[in-house]
Design a protein around this ligand. Structure first.
Ligand code: UN1
Length: 510
């Protein structure tokens, strides 16, 4: 049921420019970078990139701003984020338009991404009065131990195309209330939404009287990102992207004793047990696997279904997949927008080829639609593939809407299959049996950073810590106590007596 008409590139350009105008941003036009839209696959406009020298200047400006920002009281830092949150509310539609134009998200998901930014602003404002340290009992008479959390420095945020704004906001709002300043290197594929977000922080900074250098934007390819990775003035590099990217960034930052917070690939699975509510599971699986055209790091990529329910579940999923409206993401009713590029579609096809060579059976999807209407864009039918076993292609993250279905007999077997992949981001179990649910959440259950019951793998709220284990990189962002990664901890031992007592009963002179 694809919508056979797509908006013209001209109308999309107009729409993006109108949003930018309302947000109050002027685009640095140039010929180094191109803003494009996956809706038609065509170019919107040319942009000036940041040079390596300019990236160094941005870090210098952020480092200078840090010197005053770090002693600004945290609730006053929160006022900046509160103001940003108000601007995001006011421009929710404009920002959502830019996300749809540049990342191809359907309207509801684009608005949801901006909502996620608003939510983290609220969280960070509250956090600005809750940067708690502990007091600790001392073993010595007349002594007290305490820990104090201090701002860390400049945070380099490297973000990906698929959540071009929300992931930036998790990092930036928390970093700002923690007293850090930020230099942001967004994906080359989403410069316009980045300019809009940066413009709003600048406006908020002006309104509350924060130093302009608290936030800087650098646009360009990986060399600009490398400038942040290798700059010892950047205390923390928070990078979201592929495991391959993280494998490069992690050691480079570590080599200069910087900190890295890595959010890398996922290969998320759901286990569907015999007692599962199959209506609920089907709905959840379709959203998690086909939503966002399979381009979330939390996208469901593996379905591990009990042998007794697999056929029934596959029947329901196949029927639901056949009815998915694919097409113009601005069109009311569309559920699956374009892939980010035709290259992403090639990757999808290659993965399906390997899966079939491994004995997989393509049950539905995998085709390309709207190729005549938009030869430079890639609209893919989400694919469902039944696999005889967890072959190497299933263990890889393919950033496209492919759901592999595997079957199991015992829960131990399901958990073993579940954990037998390099990545460890998100997971879930569908069951009405409390023992099974608890077993999945236990120490020897799911090995992921996110483990859910009776919901899918994607669409986490901001209140929890977000991130994963193993090849996902180990970082945690967003809610809970993820803020600690953006601060440094000092342990204080305070002697309020009049004698010097040494710990561990050591005697020296006295
Ligand atoms: C990502 O795909 O990089 O949990 C982030 C989710 C969203 C964030 C995804 N809240 O799916």
């Amino acid at each position: 049921s694809d919508t056979t008409t797509l908006p013209s590139t001209d109308s999309l350009r107009e729409r993006a420019l109108a949003s930018l105008r309302r947000v109050g941003v002027t685009v640095p036009e140039g010929a180094d970078l191109t803003a494009r839209t996956p809706i038609t696959g065509e170019t919107l406009l040319g942009l000036k990139a940041t040079t390596r020298d300019e990236a160094g200047e941005a870090v210098a400006a952020a480092a200078a701003a840090f010197r005053t920002w770090r002693t600004t009281p945290p609730p006053a830092r929160g006022a900046l984020v509160r103001c940003l949150g108000e601007l995001l509310r006011r421009h929710q539609d404009d920002l959502a338009d830019l996300i749809t134009v540049e990342a191809g998200k359907i309207r509801s998901e684009a608005l949801g991404e901006v909502q996620e930014m608003i939510d983290i602003c609220d969280f960070a404002v509250g956090l600005s009065r809750q940067l708690y340290g502990r007091t600790i009992a001392s073993e010595r008479v007349g002594h007290r131990l305490a820990e104090t959390w201090h701002p860390l420095g400049v945070v380099g945020v490297i973000s990906a195309f698929n959540f071009p704004a929300a992931v930036w906001s998790w990092n930036t709002t928390v970093a700002l209330v923690c007293g850090d300043t930020v230099v942001w290197k967004p994906s080359e594929l989403t410069p316009l939404i980045s300019l809009a977000c940066h413009g709003l922080v600048e406006r908020a900074a002006e309104e509350v009287g924060a130093p302009a250098g608290v936030h800087r934007l650098v646009l360009g390819d990986r060399t600009v990102g490398e400038a942040l990775v290798d700059d010892s003035r950047v205390a923390l590099v928070s990078a979201t992207g592929s495991t391959r990217m993280g494998r490069e960034v992690g050691p480079r930052v570590a080599a200069r004793f910087g900190r890295a917070l890595l959010e890398l690939g996922g290969n998320n699975a759901s286990v569907v047990t015999p007692s599962a509510d199959l209506d609920l599971a089907t709905h959840a699986v379709v959203f998690a696997a086909a939503g966002t055209a399979g381009q979330r790091c939390t996208t469901l990529r593996r379905l591990i279904a009990h042998r007794n329910v697999a056929d029934e579940l596959i029947g329901r999923l196949t029927a639901a997949y056949r009815r998915l409206p694919i097409g113009d993401p601005f069109h009311e009713g569309t559920l699956v927008g374009p892939l980010i590029s035709t290259g992403a579609y090639d990757i999808l096809r290659q993965a399906l080829g390997r899966a079939e060579a491994d004995g997989g059976e393509l049950l539905v999807g995998g085709g390309r639609v709207l190729a005549d209407a938009a030869p430079h864009a890639a609209y893919a039918e989400p694919a469902l593939v039944r696999m005889p076993e967890q072959t190497p292609i299933v263990r890889e993250e393919t950033f496209a809407p492919i759901l592999y279905v595997l079957t199991y007999d015992t829960l131990d077997e399901a958990i073993a299959l579940h954990n037998d992949v390099p990545q460890g981001l998100s997971s879930s179990i569908f069951t009405r049996d409390q023992r099974e649910a608890e077993r999945f959440l236990a120490a020897d259950g799911s090995d992921c950073g996110i483990a859910n019951v009776n919901i899918g793998t994607s669409g986490a709220e901001i209140g929890g810590a977000f991130g994963g284990e193993k090849a996902t990189g180990g970082g945690r962002e967003s809610g809970s106590d993820a803020w600690r990664a953006y601060m440094r901890r000092a342990t204080n031992t305070i002697n309020y007596g009049d004698t010097l007592t040494l710990a561990q009963n050591v005697r020296f002179l006295g």
